[in-house]
Ligand binder design. Structure first.
Ligand SMILES: C[S@@+](CC[C@H](N)C(=O)[O-])C[C@H]1O[C@@H](n2cnc3c(N)ncnc32)[C@H](O)[C@@H]1O
Length: 407
């Protein structure tokens, strides 16, 4: 490395060995296992990239930092090769918990097919588990879609999805098509499970001077977060000035217009049909309740949760709960209808999950105790049941899904 580079980069990313020391220290402080040497190397390259960006601008917004940490080409958490999902990865999602999830969701998809084209577009398909469970169940019910499209940003996950499909449903491989961008004029059902909470967000803090926004800076100790007073007088963000008048000093929260932009792009591509989005989140009033003073930011690394987003750059997932009120508003502004909004627990129960529980128990392939454990994770209010919500949106669609029946 040249003298110029040595001068430009802070000590922690001047060479690999000082970076390894930093990661070691972070792992000790967070009480998490050390990453593999190749993972530290990728994180080192990413830190240099982010460091260069900060050098150019002096600071970057928190959302820009998350964008790089998760999606920097070839280096970010979702773009590079880390294992992410499942027991050996960083976090577990509903399809990974139990096939009961996909089987029950297939009920809603089958119902929707009575009112739209039998085509599915899955956004962010993870390990491919949900895709396989949906296809298996729809095949059993004689409701297979004409095509199953997957839009996946991670090359590593796309490969895992292809392998799983090949292994479990080789006769259906021709139905599944991986896309690089959203299709035009889509007719059918769009699904996204735990995708929106991975879309970058800004951090806000109520200070003595008013509302402040989080920016990322760097010094020789690593990246750090600073809050600066921000002008929230324009656009949708002006709502935050009103919201924050209720917040006590020191209150932390997240906001994301990028998520609304993401939804607008999806709605633009939907000509006719419906969208089901399942994610950790709340309605706005509950999300920004005075009783949630620390916000909802969570980082996931090897099945451990913490809230230090500047650590383990590119090696951990960084998420925040979804503001479903804002998403529904953005959808309505775009001419879409809200089909329903409920908890995962209610949605799965009304969609008839118990019918599949009985089938699993009768099949003898899984113990009654394991089924009970899976159900508990999917349905209990303190687990995914109440923390994950289901938002249904539609365009030119007249159907009703039983999962939203009670509304
Ligand atoms: C938390 S994982 C959930 C995976 C899967 N849906 C599940 O429930 O197991 C997030 C998924 O969304 C993908 N992803 C993240 N951002 C995305 C985007 N902007 N468009 C499409 N997929 C995205 C990730 O690569 C990953 O597959």
């Amino acid at each position: 490395m040249s003298m110029v580079d040595n001068y430009r980069f802070p000590a922690f990313c001047r060479d690999r060995s000082s970076y390894q020391q930093l990661i070691k220290k972070q792992c000790q402080l967070l009480d998490v296992p050390q990453p593999e040497p190749f993972a530290i190397d990728t994180s080192f390259e990413l830190s240099q990239k982010i460091s260069e960006l900060i050098s150019l601008k002096q600071e970057i917004s928190f959302a820009e930092f998350v964008q790089q940490a998760l999606y920097a080409p070839g280096l970010g958490y979702y773009s590079a090769g880390s294992y992410k999902l499942g027991a050996e990865g960083d976090f577990v999602t509903a399809p990974e918990v139990s096939t009961l999830f996909g089987k029950t969701l297939a009920k809603s998809v089958g119902q929707a097919f009575e009112h739209t084209k039998a085509t599915i577009l899955e956004l962010g398909a993870g390990s491919g588990r949900l895709m396989c469970d949906l296809l298996m169940q729809l095949e059993k019910e004689n409701k297979l879609p004409d095509s199953y499209f997957v839009l996946e940003v991670s090359a590593e996950l796309r490969q895992r999805q292809q392998l799983l499909l090949q292994e479990e449903l080789p006769h259906l491989t021709s139905k599944v098509v991986w896309l690089d961008s959203l299709p035009d004029n889509f007719n059918g059902v769009i699904l996204g499970n735990e995708v929106i909470d991975a879309i970058p967000f800004e951090l806000l803090m109520k200070t003595e001077q008013g509302l402040a926004q989080g920016f990322v800076k760097q010094d020789d100790e690593g990246f750090s977060l600073v809050f600066k007073p921000t002008d929230f007088s324009r656009g949708w963000h002006k709502n935050h000035s009103e919201l924050c008048s209720q917040w006590p000093e020191g209150y932390l929260a997240e906001t994301s217009e990028l998520r609304s932009d993401w939804l607008r792009a999806i709605l633009d591509c939907l000509e006719q049909g419906c969208i089901l989005l399942l994610d950790y989140g709340y309605e706005q009033e509950e999300l920004y309740s005075p009783y949630r003073p620390q916000g909802t930011l969570q980082c996931y690394y090897r099945q451990r949760k913490h809230s230090t987003p500047m650590a383990l750059v590119g090696l951990q997932d960084i998420t925040a709960s979804v503001n479903f009120t804002r998403l529904a508003e953005a959808a309505k502004e775009q001419g879409a209808d809200v089909l329903g909004f409920t908890s995962q627990s209610l949605f799965l129960t009304l969609s008839g999950i118990e019918q599949f529980v009985a089938q699993e128990q009768d099949s003898g392939t899984i113990t009654t105790f394991s089924v009970a454990q899976q159900l508990q994770t999917l349905l209990m209010p303190t687990e995914m049941g109440q923390n994950i919500k289901v938002l249904g949106l539609s365009k030119n669609f007249t159907g009703i899904l039983t999962g939203f029946r009670a509304l």
